[in-house]
Design a protein around this ligand. Structure first.
Ligand code: NAP
Length: 248
């Protein structure tokens, strides 16, 4: 099936690397105009440049998604430039792992702000024109760790589980305006975030995955593109696990 996008503009956070980069490139390849957001100018700039060099439409904007005031300012400026941003993909995320007893307040706050509060900030900044136009897509990137828990990641798993509640409540709030809101929960995906896993841990994880491999960023991008398309108009408030069968 070929997915349909009718002259849409998307904002993808964390688009500088890994999963966000694959999402930005997949949407752009389908004809979507993509605003690539990341923390550093160089990473989102390079992704947007790459998309343009292949004939796609993309711009870049460095924004610290953990900073509510910075997101509000960027969202207002971007809406002034683009009139409407039809698709919002909240993908930016970090880990600051450590066992609970040793976890600092700073590591707790930073992960909650970057992974969860950022979704709230962008949704608040971007979705009002979607509701007026009676069309919109919000996709929040969570994690299987939000479903299963993981020792050493109480901050990360809490932020990712929080995304489920946010997604379902927002889906109910915006459904009457034909704006859908869904979450995708990736399993273990080959990106910079998992590059630090030592070989034994990686082998052990792979042995528990029925499809016997880690995922690729494109495995997640395909699901996100579907959820952003016309074809997904009747899908809202759901969590889609894309993890090679790890969680069943
Ligand atoms: P990644 O390779 O580490 O890339 C993270 C991206 O997020 C980068 O572009 C980074 O910007 C951006 N970012 C981080 N903090 C930011 C901030 N404060 N403001 C703006 N941008 C920020 O991560 P990934 O593996 O692709 O993960 C993407 C998402 O999927 C995350 O939410 C992650 O939790 C989730 N996830 C990943 C996995 C996995 O196995 N990889 C599994 C489940 C869920 P810069 O490029 O400027 O540094």
């Amino acid at each position: 099936m070929v997915l349909t996008f009718k002259d849409r503009t998307a904002l993808v956070t964390g688009a500088g690397r890994g999963i966000g980069k694959a999402i930005a490139e997949t949407l752009a390849a389908a004809g979507v105009n993509v605003i690539c957001v990341s923390k550093s100018e160089s990473s989102c700039g390079a992704v947007a440049e790459g998309i343009r060099s292949r004939g796609g439409k993309a711009t870049a904007r460095a924004v610290d998604v953990a900073d509510g005031a910075a997101v509000a300012e960027a969202a207002a400026e971007l809406l002034a430039e683009h009139e409407v941003i039809d698709i919002l993909v909240n993908n930016a995320g970090i880990t600051r792992d450590g066992l609970m007893l040793r976890m600092s307040d700073g590591d707790w706050q930073e992960v909650i702000q970057t992974n969860l509060s950022s979704c709230f900030y962008w949704i608040k900044g971007i979705t009002r024109p979607m509701t007026r136009r009676r069309w919109g897509r919000v996709v929040n990137i969570s994690s299987v760790v939000g479903l299963m828990g993981n020792p050493g990641q109480i901050n990360y798993s809490a932020s990712k589980a929080g995304i489920f509640g946010l997604t379902k409540s927002l889906a109910k709030e915006l459904a009457s305006r034909s704006v859908t809101c869904n979450a995708v929960a990736p399993g273990f995906i080959e990106t910079d975030m998992t590059a630090g896993l030592d070989e034994d841990v990686s082998r052990e994880i792979t042995s528990r995955i029925p499809l016997k491999r880690l995922g690729k960023p494109e495995d997640i991008a395909g699901m996100v593109a579907y959820l952003c398309s016309e074809e997904a108009a009747y899908v809202t408030g759901q969590v889609f696990t894309v993890d090679g069968g790890l969680v069943m």
